[in-house]
Design a protein around this ligand. Structure first.
Ligand SMILES: CC(C)(COP(=O)(O)OP(=O)(O)OC[C@H]1O[C@@H](n2cnc3c(N)ncnc32)[C@H](O)[C@@H]1OP(=O)(O)O)[C@@H](O)C(=O)NCCC(=O)NCCS
Length: 274
């Protein structure tokens, strides 16, 4: 007769603590159960915006529409001036709320404090500054707590519009402001400026219209390790992209001059034969 295997005892008979538990189980459930084990801690970096999956999805989305954005410094002032001077009176009006003269634009750029504010730009392959954003951090008044609001202004050259550069600069500016401890991004726009108001409302800003003018406020969440890393990565990639374009341009100029010299020699060779 085959012998059925003996059931494995739930606990080893030599374990006195387990035996004691079995004896106590006969008297019903424990009226003072031990406190539940604490939940494992979620790192702050993955807590934002609906957990790690939502964060990863948003990062992937941003990557698929990635545009190299470069933080500009004092030495880029002439490029900033050239960009703004290329705007026609109507665009200048939309950007500043009035149509500044060339002189007023130069003075505006001279007045930008690059050590306090942030100026972000997008360059095309010819290293022309095609999109520009100025994130102005207010100076705290004496005796007042530090201001936690920054004002955003942006312009994209007409030939580069409609490709999402305005929106990307807005997102980058919001990230930078957030990482500087700013909790509100302010945008002043004319009510007729539909693209600008569209960018602001799509990001979740509250828009208040007052006749021909509108003001938009976007509340920013506090920074996290993730938002700091994202900014550092963008800065690095933006710089890399600019250097790459510069090298490509130097190489392009070199190839052009070689072609020019060759054409010159070909022409003089032909002339000599004739
Ligand atoms: C406002 C401005 C920066 C937008 O730049 P852009 O690179 O063309 O903007 P984007 O391509 O990111 O488009 C932004 C949104 O506006 C929408 N949009 C573009 N043109 C539009 C129009 N004429 N009417 C309504 N919506 C429009 C786009 O569809 C997009 O929305 P979506 O992403 O939901 O499709 C650009 O038009 C500009 O430089 N204007 C002159 C200066 C100015 O107005 N500055 C803003 C004041 S601070």
């Amino acid at each position: 007769m085959p012998t059925a295997p003996l059931p494995t005892p739930a606990v080893a008979p030599s374990d006195p603590a387990a035996q004691w538990d079995e004896v106590l189980a006969a008297f019903g459930p424990d009226p003072n159960p031990p406190p539940p084990a604490p939940e494992p801690e979620v790192p702050a970096a993955v807590e934002e915006a609906g957990g790690p999956l939502a964060g990863a999805r948003a990062a992937l989305e941003r990557l698929s529409t990635w545009v190299p954005i470069r933080a500009l410094a004092r030495r880029h002032r002439h490029r900033v001036v050239d960009h703004l001077l290329a705007l026609d009176p109507r665009d200048r009006y939309l950007r500043f709320g009035y149509a500044p003269s060339d002189e007023q634009i130069r003075n505006y750029v001279l007045g930008i404090d690059f050590s306090r504010d942030e100026v972000l730009g997008v360059f095309n392959r010819r290293l022309q500054l095609v999109a520009l954003a100025h994130l102005a951090y207010g100076l705290p008044m004496p005796g007042e707590p530090a201001r936690r609001m920054a004002e955003f202004g942006v312009s994209v050259l007409p030939q580069s519009r409609g490709r999402g550069l305005g929106r990307r600069l807005f997102d980058a500016a919001a990230l930078h402001a957030r990482n500087r401890g700013i909790d509100t991004l302010f945008i002043h726009a004319l009510s007729e400026n539909r693209p600008m108001l569209r960018i602001a409302t799509a990001a979740g800003a509250t828009v208040e219209r007052d006749g021909s003018e509108s003001a938009a406020w976007l509340r920013l969440p506090p920074d996290t390790v993730g938002s700091q890393v994202e900014q550092a990565l963008e800065r690095h990639l933006g710089e890399l992209d600019f250097q790459f374009k510069r090298q490509a341009r130097v190489l392009g100029d070199f190839v052009d001059s070689v072609a020019e010299v060759k054409a010159h020699f070909d022409a003089s060779g032909r002339a000599a034969k004739e």
